[in-house]
Structure formats: structure tokens, C-alpha cells
Design a protein. Structure first.
Length: 264
């Protein structure tokens, strides 16, 4: 089992939607709609569950509420908008890409809710950072394997190479056992993949311009995570999840190439 599959299995086994879901606020089916709307506005909630007896039968959206009883505005839960609380977080992200919220089912009852605000929570940031960090490690190993004579040096600019060499010498002075490849930034490693014909073809990349754009987004996302900046501002969550899916594809190919050994 490769590092990527091991990490994926770890996430699927231990990180579920339950780690980011919040308890679903509820009102009664007989409640006054205008009063409920006022409460939602005060709490800045867009949606609330509707209870009839001991069962949550659906939900209402703040924007829809007018006068009369809540019963007039109830919407049923649709299967496409519900996940069980044991759903792996990585699977949830793929599903959530085109949604604004997901209801969470616990023991056959809808009890929790996930919205875009919950994507800021540590489990999501850990997952994203883990994938990008593993991608950076895998690409470094792949470059080390594919260019045993350090011929990769011609595939990045002199300025970027000089920065890597400066870092390499600083770390040598600290008696760190390290290779020059390990001193490359993720953007350098992605640039080497783009500029090497064998690797470019192996990854099945659509175009070098698209790869450059994707590389920039991966780097920017890694930096935002590393510096604890808020997500979903300069990039939409749909874009962030697209980047994570790109990372997964690159990780799968890189692990296959590492397993195969050198160039054929």
C-alpha cells in the first residue's frame, strides 16, 4: 500500500462528517412563521428543522418565511441532501462541492447540519493540508527517482535553483541529512513535472497552461492552510474541492510511477 492510499484509509476510517457537523436547530410545526424568521435573523441562521411531535419532519428556509404557521413552509428532506454521520470527510467534500448545506442522519433521524461555515473547522484543514503535504513529498521522491543525475536542474529557472541551493547549504550547516530535491518548493516540483515530457505525458495532463494554473492554486491553497488564513474567500469552496481532487489524481499517478521505478 502506497502512502497516499494509507493516508486515504486513515481519513476514511477516522475522520467523518460527525467531526464538523452542528446540531440542527428546530422549531415546532405550529410555531408562528414571522416569529421564527425573526429568531433566525437574530442568530444569522438560514435554515431550521421542523418538529412534529418527537420527529423532525423537514425544514424551512428563512428567506421563504412570511405570515401564518410554520406548517405552510415546510420542505421535506431529500435523499440527495442527507448523509449519515459516519460518512468519511473526504467523500463528503466531493458530494458537497455543488451544495450549500448537508443534513446529517444519526440513527435514522436528521439531527445535525453542515454548511459552508463548517468547512473552516480543523478537520477539513487537516485533511487538505495532509493531501497537499503528501503530494509535495511524493513529487520530491519521484523527481529524485526519475533524475538520479540531478538533470532536473535545467527544468527550473536559475533563480529558483539558487534559492533551493541556498536552503540546502543552510541546512547542511545544521548537520541535517538532506538532498537538494528536498529543498525545492512545491511550485518548483510542479514546474519540473510540467517541463519534463515523460512525466508530463505520464500524468496525462490536458495542457501545460492548465497545469500551470492548477499548480498555482495548489501552492496558494497550501499557503493559506499553513498560515491559518480563512478559506473560501479568494477561492470558492468549489474551486478548493476541485484542487483537492486534482491532488488526488496526481497522487495516484505519482505512486504508480514510484512503484514502477525508473523511466521505461
Amino acid at each position: 500500500m502506497g502512502k497516499y492510499q494509507a493516508l486515504k484509509n486513515l481519513y476514511e476510517s477516522n475522520m467523518t462528517v460527525d467531526s464538523i457537523a452542528e446540531a440542527l436547530a428546530v422549531c415546532d410545526v405550529a410555531d408562528d412563521a414571522a416569529a421564527v424568521k425573526m429568531q433566525l435573523e437574530e442568530r444569522n441562521y438560514d435554515v431550521v428543522g421542523v418538529r412534529e411531535g418527537n420527529e423532525v419532519i423537514g425544514f424551512v428556509e428563512r428567506a421563504d418565511l412570511g405570515t401564518g404557521a410554520i406548517a405552510n413552509y415546510v420542505k421535506p428532506f431529500l435523499m440527495r441532501d442527507i448523509l449519515t454521520n459516519s460518512t468519511p470527510l473526504i467523500q463528503f467534500l466531493h458530494i458537497f462541492k455543488n451544495r450549500s448545506r448537508i443534513f446529517v442522519l444519526e440513527q435514522n433521524k436528521v439531527t445535525k447540519l453542515i454548511t459552508s461555515a463548517d468547512l473552516q473547522k480543523p478537520p477539513i484543514r487537516i485533511l487538505i493540508f495532509g493531501y497537499i503535504t503528501l503530494l509535495e513529498m511524493n513529487l520530491g521522491e519521484l523527481i529524485f527517482q526519475q533524475f538520479p543525475d540531478h538533470s532536473w536542474k535545467t527544468l527550473i529557472s536559475d533563480g529558483r535553483l539558487q534559492l533551493a541551493q541556498n536552503l540546502y547549504h543552510k541546512r547542511l550547516e545544521k548537520n541535517e541529512d538532506i538532498s537538494l530535491v528536498e529543498c525545492l518548493q512545491i511550485s518548483d516540483k510542479l514546474e519540473i513535472i510540467k517541463n519534463d515530457e515523460f512525466l508530463f505525458q505520464s500524468f496525462g495532463l490536458a495542457s501545460r497552461s492548465r497545469w500551470k494554473k492548477t499548480s498555482g492554486k495548489i501552492r496558494d491553497l497550501r499557503d493559506r492552510i499553513a498560515h491559518s488564513n480563512e478559506l473560501g474567500i479568494t477561492m470558492t469552496w468549489e474551486e478548493i474541492i476541485d484542487i483537492l481532487e486534482d491532488c488526488e489524481r496526481v497522487l495516484e499517478v505519482s505512486e504508480a510511477l514510484l512503484a514502477e521505478g525508473g523511466r521505461t
